[in-house]
Structures are given as structure tokens and as C-alpha cells.
Design a protein around this ligand. Structure first.
Ligand code: SAH
Length: 319
């Protein structure tokens, strides 16, 4: 299997992880089971993976809620880079009817997703009776097959599918930039930064490859046949931020998931989650959370408050 094929497979694993966390009660998600092949076994994930998946979803959803508050009466564009077979687009479609969503991935992955959507049409039609699924869209969701390593061609495809430079836009990349070579990442960040006037980029990535746990992660990744140049090219929170600043974004802030989790999840919610299943590997969970980070980057001023308050404690906010 080539590296690109392996990269595409990672989308299946991400969907299984989300499904596992949803089934355990970490978070609700009405759509993820559409993307799980019922004829293949879908193993339950370890508690630390379930909790990590929850942390990622919760923190990104919190940022999206803030965006929604700022744009509740205006059109917004949400661009999901390397969207895989995730359910996020459908969840956004349900919660923010004014959003237009663009899902970008390799052509094979988009085809794969369309097959799942076709199989789930009964359920979808009960929610959105007027939407038709075509090979390029489903209501407000547009599917763009593209290779993100070719930024000019990707941008041309985005533009021709109607994505406007003057509409406030949120770009989300979850476990995606890590697969791109450094020059491709910087071209992509530059191209999107130059295109939009008002934009927020939310990126979830692995980082810190050089310490003991990072080296173990590298060995696991290599043994599974993945190539993740971004893990080495952007190894610290500072380099994660510089990735955006050096490509024309005005502010960028990166937090480890360890910091983000304790800042963005209320104590009450932390207690609820910790009761869901026994987790013996607390230290390993902390290590894992210290090797993933969330970065927000700003273009324009509309989303400045989201970046300003990123990482402020939710408990402190209530006082
Ligand atoms: N964001 C999704 C999927 C993560 S897996 C989630 O969190 O569930 C990484 C995804 O990035 C895969 O779907 C893979 O196909 C996509 N990807 C990686 N490199 C890409 C590239 N060069 N062009 C387009 N998509 C890419």
C-alpha cells in the first residue's frame, strides 16, 4: 500500500474512533454511524483514545459555537480540509443552516464518502427532505476532490465551486497538515490567507516528536506505513504558530491538548467524562494529550475575540 493510500485509510480509523467515543457516551453525534461499515468489525477503542477523541471534538465544537455566536445572522463558509469520512459537515449543516460547507479530500475518499451518504439517504431525507445528493453536493455541503499539496489547483476548484473570498470563513484541518510536506503546507496557508478577508483557521495536529513518547509515536506511525513530515517540520507550539504567521496570517495561538482540555472543558464535564469508563493509563493519556495541539489563526478582525479568548479557563469565565 502506498503512503497516499495509507493516508486515506487514516480517515477510516478516525471515523471508528469517533464512533467508539460516541457509543461510550462521551458525546452525541447523530451521523457518525452512517460512516461505519456494519459488515466489518469496528473495534472499541481504548479509554485513553476515546477520551482524546472527545477532547478534540469538544474543543473544536466550543470554537465553532463561538463562531456561530459571532455570525448567527450572516452567511458563513466552513472549509473542512482533509475531511475524510467524518460526520462534522453533517453536524454543522444541522446546527448552522446559514453555513455553506466545503469538504476537501482525495477523489477516492470523496467517492467513498458519497457511497456512505447514498446508503444513509433514508435517514438524511427524514431530516432534510428537500436536499438531493449529487456527486458534487448535498444541500449546503460541497464536495471538492483535490490534492492539498497543489494549492493553486485546489484554490481554483474551491473558487469554481462558489466559495467567496468576502464571506466570513472558518477553515478546519484535523490531523491533515501533518501529512503534507513543509513547502506544500506553507503554500496552502499562504494561498488561503491571501484569498479570504475574514477567516479563522482551526488546526489539530500532532507535535513534539523528539522526546521519549514522541519517538514511540514515530515508531508506531512508521510501522503502520504512514508518512507524517509535518510532525518533524513543525515540532513545537511556536513552530505551529509560525506556520501561519510566516504565511501572512496576523495572529496565531497554539495550545497543547493537555492545556486546551483543562481550559475548555468545565470541571463538571471533566467529572462526567471521567466516570464513563475506568482509565488505568492516566499517565499515558497525559503524554498523548501533550503530543497533540490545537492552533487558531486569524485573518481580518471578525473572529479576533475567538483567538483572544482561546485557552481562557471556562471556570474563570463563569466568575
Ligand atoms: N479530518 C478527518 C480525517 C482525518 S484523516 C477526521 O478528523 O476524521 C486525514 C485525511 O486527510 C484523510 O482523509 C486524507 O485522505 C486527507 N489528506 C491527507 N493528505 C491529503 C492531501 N494531500 N490532499 C487531500 N486530502 C488529504
Amino acid at each position: 500500500m502506498s503512503c497516499d493510500e495509507r493516508t486515506r485509510e487514516s480517515a477510516i480509523d478516525a471515523a471508528i474512533s469517533k464512533y467508539s467515543a460516541v457509543k461510550k457516551g462521551y458525546m452525541p453525534d447523530d451521523f457518525i454511524e452512517l460512516f461505519i461499515n456494519s459488515s466489518t468489525p469496528h473495534p472499541k477503542k481504548m479509554p485513553l483514545i476515546n477520551r482524546g477523541t472527545y477532547a478534540r471534538q469538544h474543543c473544536i465544537q466550543t470554537l465553532l459555537n463561538q463562531v456561530h455566536t459571532l455570525t448567527s445572522t450572516t452567511n458563513t463558509q466552513i472549509i473542512l480540509l482533509g475531511a475524510g469520512i467524518d460526520s462534522l459537515a453533517l453536524n454543522i449543516k444541522q446546527s448552522s443552516p446559514l453555513s455553506t460547507i466545503y469538504e476537501i479530500d482525495f477523489p477516492d475518499t470523496i467517492d467513498h464518502k458519497l457511497r456512505y451518504l447514498r446508503n444513509g439517504l433514508d435517514k438524511l431525507q427524514a431530516i432534510w427532505p428537500n436536499d438531493t445528493l449529487t456527486s458534487t453536493s448535498y444541500g449546503s455541503i460541497h464536495f471538492i476532490p483535490a490534492d492539498l499539496r497543489d494549492a493553486p489547483r485546489f484554490l481554483a476548484a474551491l473558487q469554481s465551486s462558489g466559495c467567496s473570498p468576502s464571506v466570513p470563513t472558518v477553515i478546519i484541518s484535523e490531523c491533515v497538515l501533518v501529512y503534507l510536506p513543509k513547502t506544500a503546507t506553507l503554500s496552502l496557508c499562504t494561498a488561503l490567507g491571501e484569498y479570504f478577508t475574514e477567516a479563522l483557521w482551526v488546526s489539530y495536529d500532532m507535535f513534539s516528536p523528539a522526546d521519549r513518547f514522541g519517538v514511540i509515536m514515530q515508531q508506531n506511525i512508521a510501522s503502520q506505513g504512514y508518512s507524517v513530515p509535518g510532525f518533524h517540520d513543525f515540532p513545537t507550539l511556536l513552530t505551529q504558530e509560525e506556520r501561519f504567521i510566516s504565511s501572512g496570517w496576523s495572529i496565531a495561538k497554539a495550545l497543547s491538548m493537555m492545556t486546551a482540555f483543562y481550559a475548555m472543558v468545565t470541571r463538571e464535564e471533566q467529572r462526567r467524562v471521567s466516570r464513563l469508563e475506568m482509565m488505568d493509563e492516566v499517565e499515558e493519556w497525559h503524554m498523548l494529550m501533550s503530543h497533540y495541539c490545537l492552533t487558531v489563526a486569524l485573518k481580518g478582525t471578525l473572529f479576533a475575540s475567538v483567538v483572544d479568548t482561546f485557552g481562557s479557563s471556562v471556570e474563570a469565565d463563569k466568575v
